[in-house]
Structure formats: C-alpha cells, structure tokens
Design a protein around this ligand. Sequence first.
Ligand code: FAD
Length: 226
Amino acid sequence: MDVFRCPQHALGTAAQPIGTIKDKLLVGKMRLGAKRLTEKRMRDQDDRTTETYLRDYGFSEGMLNQFFRAFYGGIFLERDLRTSSRMFQFTFKMFAEGYATLPANGMQAISNQLADRLPEGAIRLDSPVRAISRQTVTLEPGESIAADAVVMATDSETARRLVPGLGQTEGLCRLVIGIYFAANESPLNEAIIALNSAEDPLLLSVSQSGWALGTAHGTLPAKLLR
Ligand SMILES: Cc1cc2nc3c(=O)[nH]c(=O)nc-3n(C[C@H](O)[C@H](O)[C@H](O)COP(=O)(O)OP(=O)(O)OC[C@H]3O[C@@H](n4cnc5c(N)ncnc54)[C@H](O)[C@@H]3O)c2cc1C
C-alpha cells in the first residue's frame, strides 16, 4: 500500500511483517529521491544490478526476498534482480509519479491514438518481414520498401534470423505465462495484486481481476490451465 497516496493506511503498513521499519523508511526515501531524479542523472549514474543497488541502499535480505524479488519478478521477468539498476530507477520513478491506469476503451486505445497521428498508410499490419538491410525492408511476398533508416523491434529470435551478423541474442528474451481465469468469489476484497514471495514459485502474482502471472521455467500443472 502506497502510504503517500493513502496516508490512512500508514499505521497498518508499518505493522505489516514485510521488511523492517528501516526498510519502510528507505522506501519512502527512495520514493522522494525518485521523484527528483531526472532522466539525465539516471543515465549518468553507475550501472549496477538492481540487487546490488538495493543492498547498497540499505534494504534488508527480508525486504529483498519478500517484496522486491516478488514484485519486480513480475516486471523484469526475473527474480535474481540482475536487471540494470537504471531500469529499476526508471520503473520505480514511474510508479512513484504515475497511477496504474487502464483506458476506458482498453489498452488498444493507446496504440490507436498513436496511429491516428500518423499519415495515412504509414502503418502496415499483417506484413511479415523476410529480410532487412540498412535501408531496405523486404516483406514475405517479396515486396521491397526503401527507407532512410531501419529500426528493428522484434523478439530476439526473429532479430537473429533477420540480421544474421547480430551476435549473441540468446538469453536476452525472458518468458512469462499469463493466465486468465474466472472464479465465483475472490479471496481479495480490494483491487490489489497478491505477490508470491516463495523461493521458486510457480505463480508470481494473482490479481483480483482474474489474471495471474506464472514463471515460464516450470511446467504449469495441467489442472491449473483447465
Ligand atoms: C505479462 C505482461 C504484462 C505486462 N504489463 C505491462 C504493463 O502493465 N504496462 C507496460 O507498460 N508494459 C507491460 N508489459 C510490457 C510490454 O508489453 C512490452 O514492454 C511491450 O509490449 C514491448 O513492445 P515491443 O514493441 O518492444 O515488443 P512486442 O510488443 O513484443 O512487439 C514485437 C512485434 O514484432 C512483430 N514481429 C516479429 N517478427 C516479425 C516479422 N518477421 N515481421 C514483422 N513483424 C514481426 C511481432 O508480431 C510483434 O508485434 C507487460 C508484458 C508482459 C509480458
């Protein structure tokens, strides 16, 4: 619970058995710091793993395991917190400054708004790319499109296929499984995400809206997917 937004929960949060009182004060300090942090300062800082950053900041082992691995496991899609500390600072700043939101017309509304600002025909859907070079994109049927520059933003496996000389991309892709489910009744009586802080969990988190995030390294039991 973010006590800066819901000060009425401050006492209850302080009493929660996740992390020490010092950890909770450090979260507050980090939150204030994140709001002042500019993107330039973020970029200029030493790049460490998130785990090293959080340890250097003074967080306890309990806070790392019970909160940060559990929460950021669902964001970085890895629980070792080996992701860049700059990425951690960026996402933490976004959480500190913004609200979790969903457009009234769903997530698709965001890409629709972006697309609406572009000239007619600028976006081509259902056009698989077969090959790319510095200034040409070749589509599956063989059509070539010339460009001043080409930016590739696919998954790493496709990127390696499209640009054979790209180098090592294995291990760059992180997998996760999303499960949508319906239940007669929710054990959560608030719009919150329940985090799983177990050491090697099958499910990372469950939300009241009927959505769960599972680790991709284990095979989810079939009965869970039925
Ligand atoms: C479970 C989950 C929850 C998330 N929740 C959030 C959230 O709440 N908020 C948030 O901001 N982010 C969230 N994210 C992250 C967000 O979804 C990703 O960061 C974002 O989608 C990445 O966009 P992208 O364009 O880089 O890659 P992608 O969305 O993966 O797009 C890559 C595209 O390349 C296309 N492609 C592949 N091969 C070819 C080819 N040969 N020719 C043409 N096209 C090709 C694919 O079809 C695909 O459309 C979440 C991610 C996951 C997995």
